[in-house]
Design a protein around this ligand. Sequence first.
Ligand SMILES: [Zn+2]
Ligand SMILES: [Zn+2]
Length: 428
Amino acid sequence: MSGGEGQGLLARPGRRSVGDRPVFELDQRGVEATRRALDRGLCSECFGRLFGRLGHGLSNPERAVRCAAALGVELPNPAGPCALCGGAFDRWADWIGRALRAAEGLEWHRFTCGSRWDPEILAREESLWSEVGTEWGESARTAFNRELGKRIEARTGALGGPDRPDLVFLADLPVGRVELTVLPVYVGGRYRKLDRTLPQTRWPCRRCRGQGCNQCGGTGKTYPTSVEEIVAGPFLRATGAMASRFHGMGREDIDARMLGRGRPFVLELLQPRRRTIDLVPIGEELAREGAGRVEVVDLRLAESSDVVRVKEAAPEKSYRVGVSGSVPLEKVNEALSVAVGRAIAQRTPARVAHRRSDRVRTRRLVAARVVEASEGRFTLDLRTEAGTYVKEWVEGDDGRTEPSLASLVGVPLRVEYLDVLEIHDTEA
Ligand SMILES: [Zn+2]
Ligand SMILES: [Zn+2]
């Protein structure tokens, strides 16, 4: 949502409870202010709004009536359009019509209203407050947003307020138009990736940057599909969303499998037309379409704060690594006992240096053991701190990771495969 502050988005409209008597008492200053406001050519909304923060349980036009009664005069009825708002508060049918037309064909249950005003009108309103001497003035924008929200609530049964809206209506008063923002729908889950040729996210072709060229066969992609595209497919169809964004709790290499309980993710569906999602049939579709490549578990509805949680998490991870190299098993075990718990200095790996800043990070192995060994190769299970480059720790990355397993055993080593066994995000 952009610029919500400046547009004075609708606060939850105050509902009057039954038996809650309106309260409105003008003191001498209020009477004086009323007297000075009488000949200003104001509509009853703008008149009453001069006292909008005085008392409660009344609409602004009702406040205007009370003010006039306190002076024993008739409420002035200006001949032309209101000198302050120009009639903005008289055209609800237009504004409601514009808002509902903008939202046509969309499913929505909660909404927020904002408005964009000619800054001169808002400035004029503030000087009017000091000219008539009221300390109770309410801003035209705040009142407009609230009143439009109440009317849309009454018309549609949807709930207005600032809390997790599906839609934001922005009434542009100078232009006479309602701008609509459709907020995303979020779903969360965990994915297992069984395919060593599948990237986590859509990978644009490096040559054409996604435009489509001869090298990528016009697809604009380096890989035909991705975890993101497989997972998003059924959700895009179910919601009619324009696009999606995939937020993983980190990512594994393309040629690594993601096993165990899977990796947490949040899928953000942009500009959805439908928001009620039945996860059961979608889970079944996903199982069919991902068969042998991607499995999704723990599907649930999520919200925007889950994206932050997933992106900021730094859980430990467990790996299984197949290594080749001519080294006796005792030497490997010796090296592992030295390595666990000690600082590893990892300079940004050569293979990712083109997209990450070059610096040295310190990481640790939490646990390590050999699970299998034969002539010229062995298999390791490792548990590491978040952000450890495992392949580089084994191979050394030409001295950029120090110490490495290869430097500790004094023999060149090569990672043959790597699987993520577990993301330890839900453990104490
Ligand atoms: Zn007015
Ligand atoms: Zn291309």
